[in-house]
Design a protein. Structure first.
Length: 335
């Protein structure tokens, strides 16, 4: 069995690593004259679309949910009745879909856009769908004279709206150049990780291994603190002051506490997203003949959560799989 990705013939030039200072004041006028169709106006798609509109692009949006189209209109995005309407005549079609099946449907389904893309148009895929899903799509688009820019994003809705995402790109030279202004408007850190569609997915797969494990570890640590008779809130504060601190602990920790207290944490990242992503991680590792026991254990935790009805809840609710409720009072006064 051959690896999904063979080594690139040569690494991309260093200038393909672009880092922007997110706190530097800028005038967002980098995209006048560009028409971008954004398909999928969910938690990430809508703020990405709004950010591109602020940068001067003409942005058309489509989503199956009417309420998302209404929010898009309020954000300066032209709402469209269909994906085809949004994509017709666009320079860039940006896809923010949930999974590989939705990617296929967006391009080749009943309302698929592949047939209406302008000559030389670029499809920018911002979703995590896995290497195997991207490569045949890239070939099909290339045969029709279009580009696929494999550009999964990381950072969450707030950073999406600020144009401060981590964007890891796998794309040919021509595809990279065609989409570069749009990618720069989206990213706080933009990395061309390789020259082939699939390279971006590969890097995002590695990223999601760490994210999925870190969320599970944060939940497990705070559940252990509670089981040992400690106030989990005080434990979180203490952990964030030392070497055990991490972005995921700081970001998810407060929501873990909410879920643990039965409050129902605000849904910023659904648990079933990590069911999908950790499945992509372990499948890629199996294909590469690499054991990933820690990732596999985390995947099982998310799968149990999904089976218990937590799929649509915030991923921090995975703590309730480990311990359904707190043993300690909400605060023990530091005693």
């Amino acid at each position: 069995m051959t690896p999904l990705l063979t080594p690139s013939p040569s690494p991309p030039p260093k200038e393909h690593l672009v880092s922007a200072e997110p706190d530097t004041p800028t005038t967002p006028t980098t995209l006048p004259g560009r028409t971008v169709a954004v398909l999928g106006l969910g938690a990430m798609g809508l703020p990405m679309a709004a950010n591109l509109a602020r940068h001067g692009a003409t942005v058309r949006g489509y989503d199956i949910a009417a309420e998302r189209l209404a929010l898009a209109a309020d954000a300066g995005i032209t709402p469209c009745a269909s994906a085809v309407e949004a994509a017709t005549g666009a320079d860039i079609a940006l896809l923010a879909v949930r999974n590989a099946a939705q990617l296929e449907e967006a391009l080749y389904g009943a309302d698929g856009i592949a047939a209406v893309l302008s000559d030389g148009a670029a499809v920018v895929l911002t979703s995590t769908v896995g290497i195997e899903a991207v490569q045949p799509v890239a070939r099909g688009l290339a045969e029709a004279g279009h580009h696929l820019v494999d550009a999964p994003v990381s950072g969450g809705p707030v950073r999406a709206g600020q144009g401060d995402l981590l964007v890891t790109v796998g794309a040919t030279d021509a595809a990279w150049e065609s989409a570069l202004p749009v990618l720069e408007a989206m990213a706080g850190t933009l990395v061309r990780i390789g020259g082939r569609p699939g390279d971006g997915q590969a890097m995002k797969t590695v990223n999601q291994l760490l994210c999925g494990v870190h969320i599970a570890a944060a939940a497990e640590a705070l559940a252990l603190a509670d089981a040992l008779g400690l106030d989990p809130a005080k434990a979180l504060e203490t952990l964030m002051a030392g070497a055990a601190a991490s972005f995921m602990l700081g970001d998810r920790g407060p929501r873990v506490l909410q879920a643990y207290d039965g409050e129902g944490a605000e849904v910023k990242s659904r648990l079933d997203i990590f069911v999908k992503d950790m499945g992509i991680v372990t499948a890629a590792a199996k294909e590469a003949h690499l054991a990933t026991p820690i990732a596999a254990a985390a995947e099982q935790l998310y799968l149990v959560g999904e089976a218990r009805g937590l799929a649509a809840r915030d991923d921090s609710s995975v703590v309730t799989v480990l311990a359904p409720q707190r043993r300690t009072a909400a605060s023990n006064g530091g005693c």
